[in-house]
Design a protein around this ligand. Structure first.
Ligand code: G3P
Length: 216
């Protein structure tokens, strides 16, 4: 499974990229807006930090402007994946950009039928928002399972990018359901390494080594 980090904070991306555990980055307008820096500058910096796909989202809602914005974003670096919303105009922009060889991430997906449309429009990634479905008491994981089954039925190569992930359980269940990618807030990624028995075991090992004067 690939791990992307869901943030626009370049210092955080740099630190996590050094671990070799990060395969790409996703941003959205809300995440970039928090920084108060020019959009294009932030995306360019992220693209330099990581060689993996960097999702950068259009802010227009009509096809023509989305296409123009998508082309502008794609020109920033070869690893930009243009993010478009799952609307009719977004799907048309997805088709056009994909036909031009640009990777497209179709975002704000909340149903299997939407995901089917994105695959038909040539999306590189489809982003089902797990956490936001859970927020309204709909099982987000069921959506991942349905998309996986549909894509496998028809051999679509659109990658399922589990998004709006809120905790380690979402990561585990997305991996079990066959999502290709999970995009994680930085704290969730770091938290995956934690287990109280690991801490307890390490403390005991080190205490025994210290007592016996073991050195390496
Ligand atoms: O990857 C999509 C993500 O940015 C949305 O997450 O937590 O705002 O629903 P959230």
């Amino acid at each position: 499974m690939k791990f992307f980090i869901d943030t626009a904070e370049t210092n955080v991306i740099r630190e996590l990229a050094e671990t070799g555990l990060v395969d790409g980055v996703t941003t959205n307008p809300s995440l970039v807006a928090k920084l108060g820096r020019p959009f294009g500058e932030v995306i360019a910096e992220i693209c330099e930090i990581t060689p993996g796909p960097v999702s950068a989202e259009v802010v227009a809602t009509d096809y023509d402007t989305m296409l123009a914005e998508g082309r502008k974003l794609a020109a920033i670096a070869g690893n930009v994946a243009v993010k478009v919303p799952l609307t009719w105009d977004g799907l048309r922009a997805c088709r056009a950009l994909s036909d031009e060889g640009t990777a497209v991430n179709v975002t704000l997906c909340f149903s299997a039928n939407q995901a089917l449309l994105a695959a038909k429009a040539g999306a590189t990634f489809i982003s089902p928002f797990i956490g936001r479905l859970d927020d309204i008491h709909i099982d987000g994981m069921e959506l991942i399972e349905e998309i996986r089954a549909i894509y496998d039925n028809y051999f679509y190569d659109t990658q399922i990018l589990a998004a709006s992930i809120r905790g380690p359980n979402h990561v585990r269940l997305s991996a079990l359901a066959g999502a290709d990618v999970a995009t994680l807030p930085p704290d969730v990624l770091k938290g995956l390494a934690n287990h109280p028995l690991t801490d307890k075991g390490l403390t005991a090992f080190l205490a025994d080594a210290h007592k016996a004067g073991v050195t390496v």
